[in-house]
Design a protein around this ligand. Structure first.
Ligand code: F6P
Length: 334
């Protein structure tokens, strides 16, 4: 089917389903709250679907009321749970999911998740004409069409807090630390936390390790009397990639690099004000788009303004990290 901004007759929508999918991200609850409260105030019935696409297959649906989302704006995780569902890649499972949605009387969907979740969402529209609007919820910030995803700001601040603490030990013991942050395919967290945390170098999955340049950074620092160093590395496809980097540094410079892997602590915790605000705006806007008959889109943000981007475009195009920020980290840590 052609990739274009899709529309449908909103008069047929009496009931919407909302779900969180992929990895959880702080701020998802604020998004769920915004969807539920906006929809109810606009006289729609709202159904929460538990654990993303798994809930479609298992028919795990809960009726949502205004009070179902009380006291959650400040909570991390997702009250509707989250998760990846590999079965959803197969058309026969999507057919089962659509049968479940129809029997539950769900006419349209709001999906909070990342690119994997949007791939499933797009298939539901293209194959079965289930109207769907996406909200970008992932700590990775790697979705094309939005400057920010829900959860990114909180994850960066969590990583930054850890970097600041490790810096105390690095300075007290004259040590080199590699702090590994999340980011399977992209280095947005590494770059933001690295620059804000004063890292000397930043390693991201998009680029291979450049050992020559890293060795130069280390030697230059030692030459200036620098006794401790902080490097930030994104985990890439497999957590623990930083040990490889530490071994290379040891081989090339004879220095011991301590590795600290932050892991899932970056996914949890209370969302920052930025994430709560973003999720509240996006959740409400997603419902309004459905009421206008717009679908197969993602709500994004550019500067101060919300934007609406075709899901196919979000999935086809790649958002790139700003290489200038990595260069900036090197200059400023001199
Ligand atoms: O997509 C978000 C993310 O946190 C990535 O940064 C990370 O690589 C991955 O999820 C980890 O996924 P899981 O929790 O399934 O191990």
């Amino acid at each position: 089917m052609a990739s274009q901004m899709a529309s449908f007759n909103p008069k047929n929508v009496k009931s919407i389903g909302v779900y969180a999918s992929g990895g959880d991200a702080p701020g998802m609850n604020a998004g769920i709250r915004a969807v539920v409260r906006t929809a109810i105030q606009r006289n729609l019935r709202v159904v929460g679907i538990i654990q993303g696409y798994t809930g479609f297959l298992k028919k795990e649906f809960v009726e949502m009321e205004l009070r179902s989302v009380a006291n959650i704006i400040q909570r991390g995780g997702s009250i509707l749970k989250a998760g990846r569902c590999m079965e959803f890649l197969k058309p026969e499972f999507r057919q089962t999911a659509v049968d479940s949605l129809r029997s539950a009387g769900i006419d349209a969907l709001v999906c909070i998740g990342g690119d994997g979740s949007f791939t499933g969402a797009q298939a539901l529209w293209q194959e079965h004409q289930i109207p769907i609007v996406g909200i970008p919820g992932t700590i990775d910030n790697d979705i094309y069409g939005t400057e920010l995803t829900i959860g990114f700001d909180t994850a960066v601040n969590t990583a930054l807090d850890a970097i600041d603490r490790i810096r105390d030990t690095a300075a007290s013991h004259d040590r080199l630390f590699i702090i590994e942050v999340m980011g399977r395919d992209s280095g947005f967290i590494a770059v933001a936390a690295g620059v804000a945390g004063g890292a000397e170098d930043i390693f991201i999955p998009e680029h291979p390790f450049d050992m020559e340049s890293t060795v130069e950074v280390i030697k230059r620092g030692i030459g200036r009397g620098k006794m401790s160093s902080i490097f930030v590395a994104a985990e890439g496809p497999k957590p623990g990639r930083s040990y490889e980097l530490a071994n290379m540094i040891h081989k090339k410079c004879g220095l011991e690099a301590k590795v600290c892997i932050l892991g899932h602590i970056q996914r949890g915790g209370a969302p920052t004000a930025t994430d709560r605000l973003l999720a509240s705006r996006m959740g409400s806007a997603a419902v309004e788009q459905i009421l206008k008959g717009q679908c197969n889109i993602m709500v994004g943000i550019k500067g101060e303004d919300l934007t609406y981007v075709d899901l196919s475009e979000c999935l086809k195009k790649k958002k790139h990290v700003n290489q200038g920020l990595i260069d900036l980290a090197k200059i400023l840590s001199n």
